[in-house]
Design a protein around this ligand. Sequence first.
Ligand SMILES: Cc1cc2nc3c(=O)[nH]c(=O)nc-3n(C[C@H](O)[C@H](O)[C@H](O)COP(=O)(O)OP(=O)(O)OC[C@H]3O[C@@H](n4cnc5c(N)ncnc54)[C@H](O)[C@@H]3O)c2cc1C
Length: 401
Amino acid sequence: MRQFDLASAPLTIIGTGMAGLNLARAVRSRDPRRAITLISADSGDEYAKPLLSSAFTKRQTASALVVRDAVGIAESLNVQLRTHTLVDAIDTGRRCLHIGAETLPYGQLVLATGAAPWQPFDVDPALRNRVFQVNDLDDYRRLRDVLDRHPERQARIAIIGAGLVGCEFANDLHAGGHRVALVAPETAPLPRLLPPPLGRALGDAFKEAGIRGVFERQTTALNDNGEGVTLTLNDGETLEADLVLIATGLRARTGLAEAAGLAVSSAGILTDRILATSDPSIHALGDVACVDGLGTRPDGGLNAMYVQPLQASAKALAATLTGTPTPVSYGAWPVMVKTPLLPIAALPPREPPHHWRIEGEASDFSALAEDENGRLLGFALTGRCVRRKVELARAAPPLLG
Ligand SMILES: Cc1cc2nc3c(=O)[nH]c(=O)nc-3n(C[C@H](O)[C@H](O)[C@H](O)COP(=O)(O)OP(=O)(O)OC[C@H]3O[C@@H](n4cnc5c(N)ncnc54)[C@H](O)[C@@H]3O)c2cc1C
């Protein structure tokens, strides 16, 4: 494996989400003197993104979710942190970044640019105070500003998309007192994490609590109706809402890398197990990376855009960047879905299984994804069966062994 010229400086990390900050922290703990520059298009404040979809019920504002601000991070890690700075381009030949008219040289470069919300239709900019996507702290702040001004907290909220983000917000905003409708083309919630009977169990739990499920329907248009938004569905039905939350998936932000000539696919920036891109002096990790074939699924489903893979990547990459090339491994790490109305743990199999073996009743199900020889490939658990997650994770194959 390639050894780096450790004299080259600085190590430059684009992105201060959980991936960029975990990496900076891990490098700093291995090398107290290394010059590190962090660059972020946003405020650079540290926060745990997974908490965005359960913060409403806990009455946590966007500011309350900030663990440390950019100044505090720069001081505690002894790094240069440039906030509200958008990197426009990478010149791999001259090893520099273009930021507006400025040219900034880098020694080693790491791309931790995350993933951006994807939406299946255009939204009229005039609806910006009524239609939201929440993928970072600023998005959440905007949503909270509008929700907190809503009289009686009884807003009619239509959530488009019944994946992890849509379902978690449905549960959280409902628990916070709002009237929620969940609209999705699939037959049941969480289609990429759960086989249909378990998805239906979550749909039933939502329905019982008062969340309206509008399944097997595509939203084709959003229109301002003067007092709110009218959603037009593909069967001609309409739905009125005060606010709309679009949660139709994320796409890896590969634009910078692609324009610089790095190998990318719809699943992310392609890296090997030491997280090197097709240019060995540039690495990538987090939601933007497709590590050894594991990234955003082409159908928009997520199979490695979670916190544990990025934490493992940060640890391995810190070792690599400080002189010990270290391949990353991902364990069999189930995702815990934050839907208190029906607890869920899921370890989706990498490939569609030969069959699902499903047992259980009422809302307590265990579903084992198996190959043709009955070998465990992944699992999904609901309700009381969630307690089997440790035992099953031990028996399941690692995501990246
Ligand atoms: C609502 C929600 C709930 C979630 N819940 C869970 C959960 O329960 N469990 C779990 O494991 N995962 C969960 N996830 C996923 C998890 O949060 C993400 O995998 C993780 O936060 C991704 O971190 P990241 O650093 O790769 O990307 P991001 O957090 O997206 O950070 C990207 C960074 O890159 C910067 N950037 C991008 N482009 C540029 C540019 N050109 N120039 C400069 N800076 C740039 C951005 O400003 C930002 O700082 C959830 C995600 C969401 C949205």
